[in-house]
Design a binder for this molecule. Structure first.
Ligand code: HEC
Length: 194
């Protein structure tokens, strides 16, 4: 027979649940998306000086250009948020080196999003699927009502052509609304892209 002796455990209660505070609650989201999470931060804090037609320090953060700055030894090193100049200048305390140079720096939440984006590989979204080495296709596009649009074709996303106008604005234009000739050029571009 097994005799069971019951011990008595003293009344020491540990509030474990309380200790498991939401330490990593800053970003409970899964993957950071370039379009949705990263681009808005760059637009509001960096584009003033780092965009098409105004790339201070030869640094252009527009979706079709940012790729030039992503890679080993470049400003943004995929998987290594502490390596590149990009995160360094954002987090710098030195007013001579910090980006943005004036005004309040980025908030902690934004810094964490950018860091996480780089940690996850600094991937660009489908809207920026312009393959490296292949520039935008400048041209004049005609729509079905005969209106001409002078724009650079950056890429193709499903049934939309991503066009950048001379003023720097980017539009997703329905390919079906273009005339046959323009549609042909968009398709040709999309095929080369793949
Ligand atoms: C008011 C203008 C302005 C804004 C806004 C600004 N920058 Fe800059 N940035 C500059 C200038 C000017 C330079 C080049 C001179 C220098 O290095 O100080 C530069 C250089 C840089 C460089 C160095 C590029 C290289 O390889 O030498 C990085 C990286 C950079 N900026 C990142 C950013 C980021 C990220 C933001 C947004 C968080 C930002 N900047 C916002 C003006 C700006």
């Amino acid at each position: 027979m097994i005799s069971r002796r019951q011990g008595h455990i003293g009344g020491v209660k540990t509030p474990i649940a309380g200790a498991l505070a939401l330490v990593f609650s800053v970003l409970s989201v899964g993957a950071v998306e370039f379009d949705k999470d990263v681009l808005p931060i760059l637009k509001s804090h960096c584009f003033k000086c780092h965009r098409d037609g105004k790339a201070k320090g030869d640094f252009n953060l527009e979706p079709h250009q940012i790729k030039e700055h992503i890679g080993a030894g470049l400003q943004i090193v995929p998987g290594r948020p502490n390596s590149g100049l990009f995160m360094k200048v954002i987090q710098s305390d030195d007013p001579d080196n910090r980006m943005p140079p004036k005004g309040a720096g980025l908030g902690e939440k934004d810094v964490n999003i950018l860091k996480l984006w780089i940690t996850q590989g600094a991937e660009l979204g489908p809207g920026e699927s312009v393959t490296p080495g292949k520039g935008p296709l400048e041209g004049v596009w005609t729509n079905k009502s005969g209106k001409k649009i002078k724009a650079a074709l950056l890429g193709v996303e499903e049934d939309k052509a991503i066009l950048r106008l001379a003023n720097g604005k980017t539009y997703k234009y329905p390919i079906a609304s273009l005339d046959a000739e323009s549609q042909r050029r968009v398709k040709e571009f999309a095929e080369k892209e793949g």
